[in-house]
Design a protein around this ligand. Structure first.
Ligand code: DP6
Length: 332
């Protein structure tokens, strides 16, 4: 049996956000979410069983991992080993082309690729649903990168027990009508974030009076989003995504103390997006745990939108993405 496997995964951007957990250990979210997997910034990860090393050795972009990143990866490998009935350490080598920590979901592509590569190296024969469930344990949003295009992540809220919720909480592809979308990513700041999304969402759930109302309205947003995707209605898709993201940031601004990821440069880009709409170009913004803005538009409008955003992000960069593929093994 091969004891080495490589996988590639792409980041995803949520149009209906995941924000808040109800079980931190199992990474069970408080809300359903929905995302688009991108065709840019892939992560490629190789896992090799290494019986003689004594402990896991993890290299991220050519540098030996330590501290919190290493701890999270080892904890994830422990989950895989537990299922495989193995105690064998691994050597993990991951090349990530996402600007790390910039709210561009590097943990999503990272844990999606790791789930596929590690489960193959340890001989677990998991299907995409089971891999999605597994990737979730590394980082919630990673479960959506198992699938290409649009994917929904079920929170599993109807489940009677925690074990049932664990089974129910995975991503799956979303039915889509005739939609030719692009996501224009305006990187206004590629530096690491000030507060991790993990800590920020915990604080928001614990202290923000706006959290519950947002979670309730987010469930309605998801229903409307599914209909808009099915109808291929980019205006509706964009409007719902933008209000959902702004609502999520409102919950954080109301946390105590406030969590604020949006910077002056973010607001400049948001103004520019509004102006594009006034000029008749459907363009809608969404922001994650960082100041960068991702703008949803029609693919034929993407160059116009990118050009407009370049004018707004003085020394930042602008990248155009289309829907990309789900995480998959790379045959060496
Ligand atoms: C704002 O998946 O990074 O990007 O589960 O704690 O690892 P953990 O959090 P993570 O959170 C992503 C939050 C978000 C919204 C989203 O992707 O849905």
């Amino acid at each position: 049996r091969r004891t080495r496997a490589t996988a590639v995964a792409h980041p995803n951007i949520a149009l209906i956000k995941y924000w808040g957990k109800r079980d931190e250990n199992l990474v069970l979210p408080r809300v359903d979410s929905l995302s688009m997997t991108l065709d840019i910034f892939p992560t490629t990860t190789t896992v090799r069983l290494a019986p003689d090393t004594g402990h896991d050795i993890v290299t991220l972009n050519g540098r030996t991992a330590e501290g919190e990143p290493l701890r999270r990866i080892v904890a994830f490998l422990d989950l895989v080993r537990e299922r495989a009935g193995s105690a064998c350490p691994a050597v993990v080598d991951s090349e990530n082309t996402v600007p790390t920590g910039a709210g561009l979901a590097s943990s999503a592509s990272g844990f999606a690729a790791l789930a596929v590569a590690a489960s193959a190296a340890y001989g677990l024969g998991l299907d995409a649903t089971a891999l999605s469930r597994l990737a979730r344990r590394g980082s919630g949003s990673a479960c959506r990168s198992l699938f290409g295009g649009f994917a929904v992540w079920h929170a599993g809220l109807d489940a009677a027990t925690v074990a049932e919720a664990d089974l129910a909480s995975h991503a799956e592809p979303v039915l889509c009508g005739d939609l030719d979308p692009a996501l224009v990513v305006a990187v206004v700041d590629a530096g690491p974030k000030t507060v991790s999304s993990r800590a920020a969402m915990r604080r928001t759930v614990d202290t923000s009076p706006l959290y519950e109302p947002w979670a309730v309205s987010s469930a309605r947003d998801l229903t409307e989003m599914r209909a808009a995707l099915l109808a291929g209605d980019i205006e509706a898709v964009g409007e719902i995504a933008e209000r959902n993201a702004l609502g999520m940031h409102a919950t954080m601004l109301a946390a105590r103390p406030a969590v604020r990821y949006l910077s002056p440069a973010t607001l400049t880009v948001l103004d520019r997006v509004l102006r594009l709409r006034q000029d008749g170009i459907p363009a809608y913004a969404t922001m994650d745990a960082g100041p960068n803005v991702k703008v949803l538009c029609r693919r034929p409008d993407a160059d116009t939108v990118a050009e407009a955003l370049r004018g707004a992000v003085a020394d930042g960069s602008v990248v155009v993405a289309a829907p990309g593929p789900g995480a998959r093994p790379v045959h060496e």
